[in-house]
Design a protein around this ligand. Structure first.
Ligand SMILES: CC(C)(COP(=O)(O)OP(=O)(O)OC[C@H]1O[C@@H](n2cnc3c(N)ncnc32)[C@H](O)[C@@H]1OP(=O)(O)O)[C@@H](O)C(=O)NCCC(=O)NCCS
Length: 180
């Protein structure tokens, strides 16, 4: 499973990605909209889970590599949603990039290609994206790739404690334009 764009290759994970991935998800600034940074062991477990999900087709979070220098920028892709949401559908798109790579439009470039694959090849009816209400950069990416916020689908994340600043979530949607 490889998705290529002008500047990026989205591809399966390799052992050599582990150090760079752990540095990204261990960075408090990158992870400021997540409840916690990840330790090295947690980063490895996260990557193992993505590798398993690719194999059993429950998720397609891919390694985002920059073509010009083969740098690992982070993760980008889709996955089946694993917890109860008050709304269908069940497939989300998401991204986490290292902070050195922000501000160049890499996330929207890769995400647009992931959406095209999801709609044209996989024929998924709809994709959603969600994040903490206060995560405005991620919501900018959602808007840039044509997703629309559905205020009726705002939700409190069931895995984040009541009263936590990240518990309030917003949900964006995009229906497959190729399906009636
Ligand atoms: C969300 C994220 C992937 C954006 O990726 P990106 O490739 O930088 O995307 P863009 O270049 O299109 O920038 C998107 C927005 O990020 C913000 N942004 C860009 N560079 C930034 C920087 N250096 N510092 C802070 N915010 C920045 C801006 O709001 C920008 O919107 P704009 O283009 O209208 O100004 C990246 O910020 C990230 O990985 N964040 C941490 C992980 C995360 O929150 N993931 C989402 C979990 S749901």
């Amino acid at each position: 499973m490889i998705i290529e764009t002008e500047r990026l290759i989205l591809r399966p994970w390799r052992h050599e990605d582990r150090d760079a991935f752990a540095a990204i998800v261990g960075d408090p600034h990158v992870m400021r909209f997540y409840p916690n940074t990840r330790t090295r062991a947690q980063a490895d477990a996260w990557m193992d889970k993505m590798i398993t999900s690719l194999a059993n087709k429950t998720g397609q979070f891919l390694a985002a590599e920059r073509k010009s220098d083969a740098a690992l920028l982070g993760l980008l892709g889709t996955a089946n949603i694993e917890f109860d949401l008050p709304t269908a559908p069940r497939v989300e798109i998401g991204w986490v990039l290292g902070k050195n790579y922000w501000g160049h439009g890499y996330a929207p470039e890769g995400a647009a290609a992931v959406l095209a694959d999801a709609f044209e090849r996989r024929r998924l009816p709809e994709i959603v994206a969600f994040t903490a209400r206060i995560n405005l950069p991620s919501q900018r990416v959602m808007s840039k790739i044509g997703m629309t916020q559905d205020p009726a689908a705002d939700f409190e994340h069931p895995r984040i404690p009541v009263g936590h600043r990240l518990r309030a979530h917003v949900l964006y949607r995009l229906a497959n334009p190729h399906r009636r």
